[in-house]
Design a binder for this molecule. Structure first.
Ligand SMILES: [Zn+2]
Length: 276
């Protein structure tokens, strides 16, 4: 934890005009080493990670289709891909989609597919806020948070060595169970530590992309001001730590946030593209 803070201070001490010459920060080295203890689980190879993600994404899309607005989808993809290009996994098939749902939510699928709802987008006030949320989701992919949770759950959802079968046979019954389990996970949520890590590193990625680092905290602020009983935020609140806790956890990044607070928010560009 302390080493993370120190590294962040180091990164943020690079001059602001270097924002497009990217600091070579290895996000994987920023992860709490404690978390890697449980890493004895066999690693799922990247092609399978991408395939599992595609299967889960198509089930999620079955529940809520994309907003039929190519200009809007292109804009969100441009912002997302720009951010993803700043990371340690720039070559994943990154795709960003706006789901036609009034609720406020965003989620990441293994392998680089990220969804944000129309409801959340409509509450945002700038491209920096959009970048903050997309960067949070990008971290979930980089750190394989969902993939690891699927893998861990698969041990109980599937008997014995069925994970191997589920990976090999895309059309088999074991695979079907694995994908069903993976899809369900989006109504249960990740570990709190994964969410807080996504906030911390998401702020870094958005800043690397040249945005005001307060974009993500500002969206969490918006959520904080909403009524937890509002059905639009029910799932988001169920699957994420409370906004006050998320903001509190970002407190020790105050100095680093402030160092990059002067970068653009791009509110006008955001509204031009959202209203189109
Ligand atoms: Zn998250």
């Amino acid at each position: 934890m302390r080493s993370v803070a120190l590294l962040l201070v180091f990164i943020f001490s690079t001059p602001v005009d270097a924002q497009f010459r990217l600091p070579s920060l290895d996000i994987n080295k920023l992860v709490d080493t404690v978390k890697n203890v449980g890493k004895a689980v066999q690693d799922i190879p990247e092609p399978e990670e991408i395939e599992i993600g595609q299967d889960v994404a198509s089930r999620l899309l079955g529940a809520a289709p994309l907003v039929p607005n190519p200009g809007l989808q292109r804009y969100v993809n441009n912002v997302g891909r720009w951010l993803a290009a700043q990371t340690e996994r720039p070559d994943l098939p990154w795709r960003f989609g706006v789901l036609d749902a009034p609720q406020l939510n965003a989620f990441a699928v293994p392998g680089g597919t990220i969804f944000i709802t129309r409801g959340l987008l409509e509450r945002m006030k700038s491209e920096a806020e959009l970048a903050g949320v997309l960067a949070h989701e990008i971290v979930h992919v980089l750190q394989k948070h969902h993939l690891k949770a699927i893998q861990k759950g698969a041990k109980t959802a599937l008997a014995g060595d069925a994970l191997g079968a589920a990976l090999k046979d895309r059309a088999g019954p074991a695979r079907d169970k694995l994908i069903a389990f993976g899809t369900e996970m989006y109504s249960r949520g990740l570990d709190k530590s994964d969410e807080l890590e996504a906030d911390r590193l998401g702020v870094v990625i958005a800043a690397r992309g040249g945005y005001d680092a307060y974009g993500l905290p500002s969206v969490i602020q918006t959520l904080h001001a909403m009524n937890a009983q509002d059905s639009g935020v029910a799932l988001m609140f169920k699957t994420h730590p409370a906004p006050a806790e998320r903001l509190g956890a970002l407190d020790n990044m105050q100095a680093t946030l402030d160092a990059y607070a002067g970068q653009p928010q791009l509110a006008d560009r955001f509204f031009q593209n959202i209203k189109r």
